[in-house]
Design a protein around this ligand. Structure first.
Ligand SMILES: [Zn+2]
Length: 276
């Protein structure tokens, strides 16, 4: 049985997330709930709140299969024979935004920071980033565990991306931005937080930079938290200091340098280890 995090709803152009449906559950009539379709093959799918009402997702409509060439069932099939020590199924069933490739820009519909936060870094992201942490090998500098190296994920654009291609060092992100003309894209930064500064009410989180760049950190990179997100995050700021983290977000080149937007520490960041 395939699970999916996103669906197409009626004639809406942007896919809708299962968490969004769950948050507004009462607004969907029984008839509305017959209108969810697979974003890849357009087969009818069903919304489920999960066993304890804490795991919203989409699943096959009873007795209806995905289309013959749909990538969703194949994405689940790749787990056959894998050690299921971690929640692989929830990981590969997360449908990533189309912008997971540096060459594809983020949706033009998401203009403000609030739009971007809602669209790209909600609760679905939190689940994904925490599951992702579990496939990294703590004994090998948190590289992707051998067992899971060949895992692929689906994006809204019907692409498949390899796990190793979406977890990037700051140098790798900077190179990608330089070669695509500085167009923002979604990816996962892996790096170490050095210090947090305040600037006009916003937060600037500097990532460590070293001359030899042994960890792919020869160039300066920062996380940028706009001021209207600060109060929600203030109490969590200390949890990322001096820590190796993975952070899911929109990387871009601005007048102030290379950066990734940080709207929610809880949803976007998983701490891998903290240096004392
Ligand atoms: Zn399908």
């Amino acid at each position: 049985m395939s699970r999916m995090t996103h669906a197409r709803y009626r004639n809406e152009t942007e896919p809708i997330s299962a968490f969004d449906v769950d948050d507004n559950y009462d607004l969907y009539s029984e008839e509305d709930r017959r209108e969810f379709r697979c974003i890849f093959c357009d087969s009818q799918i069903q919304f489920s709140r999960g066993k304890a009402h804490d795991d919203p997702h989409f699943k096959n409509w009873p007795l209806k299969e995905h289309g013959e060439n749909c990538k969703v069932p194949n994405s689940i099939k790749q787990l056959e024979g894998k050690k299921n020590e971690v929640e692989l199924q929830t990981l590969v069933s997360t449908i990533l935004p189309r912008a997971m490739r540096p060459s594809v820009s983020i949706s033009p519909g998401a203009k403000t920071h609030k739009d971007k936060a809602k669209r790209y870094v909600g609760k679905q992201t939190r689940k994904f980033i925490y599951d992702l942490k579990n496939v990294l090998d703590s004994k090998n500098r948190f590289a992707v565990d051998e067992e899971y190296k060949d895992l692929t994920f689906l994006t809204e654009a019907n692409d498949e991306v390899k796990i190793e291609d979406i977890i990037m060092t700051q140098d790798k992100i900077i190179n990608a931005l330089d070669s695509n003309g500085g167009q923002g894209f979604i990816c996962i930064l892996k790096g170490t937080v050095s210090k947090v500064k305040e600037a006009k009410g916003s937060y600037i989180v500097d990532m460590t930079k070293s001359k030899n760049g042994i960890y792919g950190n020869s160039k300066g990179f920062k996380l940028y938290m706009p001021y209207d997100f600060v109060s929600k995050n203030e109490s969590k700021m200390n949890s990322i200091k001096n820590s190796l983290i993975i952070c899911y977000g929109i990387a871009s080149k601005t007048d102030y340098g290379y950066q990734m937007d940080l709207y929610s520490i809880k949803n976007q960041v998983a701490v891998l280890m903290t240096f004392t």
